[in-house]
Every structure is written in structure tokens, then in C-alpha cells.
Design a binder for this molecule. Structure first.
Ligand SMILES: [Zn+2]
Length: 263
């Protein structure tokens, strides 16, 4: 049994098969593919596909596996400084490649310090992504939200071909689950594609119009309501660790709004 690596501890997640460097020697990032978070709190989960190609096809069932190892081995030998914290193989196996709490993997440039990067295997031959990969992501992402206190919220509107202006500096005030395409002009629709967002919605994610700062407005109201009930939060519309603590103190099981208020 194996888990995600968080502050040096292995954390199992129900329903997932996880591998890491403690049981698979290949399952680690090379030293030039990550740095330190330098104390930044994790506020974003950023989803990728390994090819970043569009259009994509949905492949039934699961693939043969082994692709996480080959991708990671490629990263280790490539001179390019690039790698993500986690890669989900085409059979749904989750490979955790570095410490999620302390390490900033080089997966999304300006957002690296405060995000967890997840690469989903896209087949280079036909741009397909297997259902097993999405099924694993559907369990993994809300689990990470709970473990790291990242609100389970995502963009409301269809991708318009450009990143969020708010996220071009990494989006320090943007909290939630995003795609690589949301923080850079260098990526497109296929990084990570569309299917995954329906999956996140099915798993209970809230949706906000981030460019219109709807998230900020809604969270300011929630923080004001918490203060009216006895908390002393800064009403900044950014649900960080103190807001999570206040939500838990007010009776929330996880402090993650979308999961605590799931109907
Ligand atoms: Zn990407």
C-alpha cells in the first residue's frame, strides 16, 4: 500500500492506486525539475495532459500502464526543466513524484510555487485519454482539495482561447482547480481539454466566473457571514488557511465549501 507524499509522510487515498519513490525507484523528479515552495501555501491544483493536444478522444476503459514511467524517465534525462508533482497513467495509476507540501515542480511557470501539478496521460498516437485516467482524477482532485485546504472550485465559462488576465502573474488570489491553459498563452485547449471539467463538476466542484472576480465577491460574503458568527477574518475574498479554519469551526466537516455543502 502506497500513498501521496506530503511533508515526508505517505497519505493513502481511498479508491486510488498510488506509486511513489519508496516503492518504485523511477518515480521521482530530477533535481533540476523542481524547487522549493519557499513557504507559499498551496492554493491551486493545475491540470495538464501530457501531450496538450486538441481535439482529444475519450478512450474506453484503461490502457496498458507503463506510460508514467516512460514520461518520468524522459523528464529525468531531458535538459528542459520540466516536471509535475503527479502523473496519472493510462491505467489510472497515480504516480506521486515529489513532496506535494514542500516542493514546487516546474509545471506551470508563474504558478509553480503555490500549485500542485497533475499530468494526465494523453496517448501520442491518437490524442486519446482513457476513462481510467479521468476516473482517477475525479477521486484525486477533491482528495487533494481536502488535504491541502484548496477550495474545490473551477472556471464557469468555456475556455475562450486565452488565459485569465488575473492568472498571468500566477494568480496569487486565484484559489481552486485550473487548467494549464488558464495561466499562459503558450498552451491551448488541449492542456487539459474539456472532458475533465465535466468530471470535476460531477464530483461536486463549484464554478465561478474568475475573470469577473465572482469568486472574490462570493467569498467576501462568506467571510463576512463567518465574521458575523464570531470569526475575525480579513474580508478579502480569498479563502486561505484561516478561512478554512473558520469554516471548520462553524461546523464544516472539511472546510471545503463544495464538499461540505454537497447536496
Ligand atoms: Zn501543461
Amino acid at each position: 500500500v502506497s500513498g501521496l507524499i506530503i511533508s515526508g509522510q505517505e497519505v493513502e487515498v481511498d479508491g486510488l492506486t498510488i506509486v511513489n519513490k519508496n516503492d518504485n525507484q523511477w518515480a521521482h523528479l530530477d533535481a533540476h525539475d523542481f524547487g522549493s515552495r519557499n513557504g507559499a501555501w498551496v492554493r491551486q491544483i493545475i491540470l495538464h495532459t501530457t501531450q496538450g493536444n486538441w481535439p482529444q478522444t475519450l478512450l474506453p476503459g484503461k490502457g496498458p500502464g507503463g506510460s508514467a514511467k516512460s514520461t518520468v524517465t524522459y523528464w529525468q534525462t531531458s535538459p528542459i526543466c520540466s516536471g509535475s508533482h503527479i502523473i496519472i497513467d493510462n491505467d489510472g495509476t497515480v504516480a506521486c513524484l515529489t513532496d506535494l507540501a514542500t516542493d514546487a515542480a516546474y509545471h506551470a511557470t508563474v504558478s509553480n510555487r503555490w500549485s500542485i501539478g497533475i499530468e494526465m496521460r494523453q496517448e501520442p498516437t491518437n490524442n486519446g485519454v482513457y476513462e481510467a485516467t479521468y476516473d482517477a482524477a475525479e477521486i484525486l482532485v477533491p482528495a487533494l482539495c481536502k488535504l491541502f485546504g484548496v477550495q474545490f472550485q473551477m472556471p464557469k465559462l468555456m475556455y475562450g482561447g486565452h488565459p485569465f488576465k488575473r492568472m498571468l502573474d500566477g494568480g496569487p488570489d486565484m484559489i481552486g482547480v485550473f487548467g494549464h491553459r488558464n495561466n499562459t498563452e503558450d498552451r491551448g485547449r488541449g492542456d487539459p481539454g474539456e472532458e475533465i471539467w465535466g468530471r470535476m463538476l460531477a464530483a461536486g466542484a463549484e464554478r465561478f466566473d474568475f475573470e469577473a472576480r465572482e469568486d472574490i465577491d462570493v467569498w467576501k460574503q462568506r467571510q463576512s457571514d463567518l465574521n458575523a458568527a464570531g470569526s475575525s477574518l480579513t474580508v478579502d475574498g480569498q479563502p486561505g488557511p484561516k478561512t478554512i479554519d473558520a469554516l471548520k469551526a462553524a461546523g464544516g466537516a472539511t472546510g471545503i465549501w463544495a464538499l461540505d455543502h454537497k447536496s
